[in-house]
Design a protein around this ligand. Sequence first.
Ligand SMILES: [Zn+2]
Ligand SMILES: [Zn+2]
Length: 261
Amino acid sequence: MSVLMYQICRVCQHAQSRYIFQSQLLNHVVKYYECPICEFVQTENPYWLEKAYDSAINDVDTGIMKRNQMCSKRATNLCALLNIKDENILDYAGGYGIFTRLMRDVGFNVLWKDKYCDNLLAKGFGYNGQNVKLLTAFEVFEHLESPIHALDEMFSISSNIFFSTLLIPEPTPKIEDWWYYGQRHGQHIGFYRKKTLEYLAKKYNKNLYSYNSEIHLFSEVKISKLFYMILMKFYKLFYIYTQRRVSSKIWSDYIEVGERK
Ligand SMILES: [Zn+2]
Ligand SMILES: [Zn+2]
């Protein structure tokens, strides 16, 4: 079997993820593969990541603030649905800590963890193995070198994972036709489909909910698909009400971090 024609799928381990095309990524010509079983699309084994992560947050991520605001509102709505109030939430691969701080401002006990990035905005609220009711992972999955190892870790921390990654359209777009391939930063190395997420939900024995091919939930308990959809779609409207379940930690965090010094 040609090494060039097939690779092992990094999600379902199927041996024959098929070559689909190659393209320029940073200064390399990179091959892309698609799994016939779970439909995951992946790059060849990524050897260019050190260069791609010169800065952990890529320079062309101009949507970072808007996305964090949107995610914090949607997560606040989800907490109402999952009845989460005082329980710990972990923002996995939490970047600069923007989401952690925003959610603490709303009133949730969000903690931060990131192997690759400095915590700039949520110092004092790093994760140290606390019990966690919900794990969030926004724009993380498409960066994972080994989705299975990462998911093993995530599910060992929390049985609920709320995450965003843009599902790859069908049929698989050409490299120049889909911005999410991330040619300009080289950090996106795996692209999921509904079928891929269903495979993962089954593997970890979770329920799967997706809104609009962008924001997804693996949950321990079954929830209403309709409520999930409505709370994600009209997130700004429902946020007005759901944020009232909790009270802001801006002041209490100020006292707490101050006392620790
Ligand atoms: Zn697969
Ligand atoms: Zn990304």
